[in-house]
Design a protein around this ligand. Sequence first.
Ligand code: F6P
Length: 341
Amino acid sequence: MRRLGILTSGGDCPGVNAVIRGAVLGGDVAHGYEFLGFRDGWRGVLEQDVVPLPRTSVRGISRLGGTILGTSRTNPLLGKGIDGVRAGFRRNGLEGLIAIGGEGTLAAARELSGQGINVVGVPKTIDNDLGATDYTFGFDSAVQTATEAIDRLRTTGESHHRCMVAEVMGRNAGWIALHAGMAAGAHAILVPEHPVSLDQICSWVVSARDRGRAPLVVVAEAFAPEGHPAPYAPRGLDTFGRPRLGGIGLMLEGELQIRTGIETRATVLGHIQRGGEPTAFDRVLATRLGMAAVESAAAGRWGTMVSLRGTDIVNVGLEEALGELKVVPEARYQEAAVLFG
Ligand code: F6P
């Protein structure tokens, strides 16, 4: 029996379960593959925490948030490292592994693949910041959740004639802020790719207030105002050594209130954006990616990642996939900025 492993690693996001289901069903129907799931990402591989994944275990899971396998930010290159992963493969008789993860996970997959370990990557992040795919699954769901939350902030802001600030996730890219901000009709959208001064933000806020509106500001967690050397990250580093971002919303609350005299309230949407059910778009994308990952494994296209190009699912090398961070292009920012203030 041909056997593949599956793991989900790094931050979870809506749609992960749909990838698992797509892979297991597609692999079973088209190739007779059997699947094993590693619990909590690379930790499961290193510590032999494995569960069988028969067809029955993935029934009806594409609409569920989170991941049935659990996740962690365990770095497989530390501790038992590559030898530990190799041992995990041998013990379970695996032909290869489908690794569902973001930038950190795929970087580890690239390293393992370079050492001769059979891995296919599936890009997963609400941040939408991976260069070699047009969209990552989870992004659409995060934008939908953020938009609904910002719509709610608008109505309470209007009742109290307040300025409302919504801080959204996205790590070093402003995609969630840009899309949720546009969808909710924000008066200012602040993204890390385009620093602006506090004076400029205040002038958008005052102009909205002068037209009788309750100003609405959407800020990406990595935004830093002009002249500020780095994003706000007072909470140290994660296990991959990346700064834990957050705090700009609260900083803006104070600054905007003092500078404009308009009562201001900030809300940090945080992990709400990562939880809950995936949208229909994400379910379809995730299912297609899961099925394509198994096809890639069956064809021996190891060391690649499945990716969305236009409406097609294609394979790209993990090198290319991690080549550059996909950030908001200046033209997309300028297009949105026409409506600020
Ligand atoms: O990469 C996804 C993401 O949700 C980022 O948007 C955010 O900065 C980070 O993960 C939060 O990570 P954690 O769940 O470890 O706090």
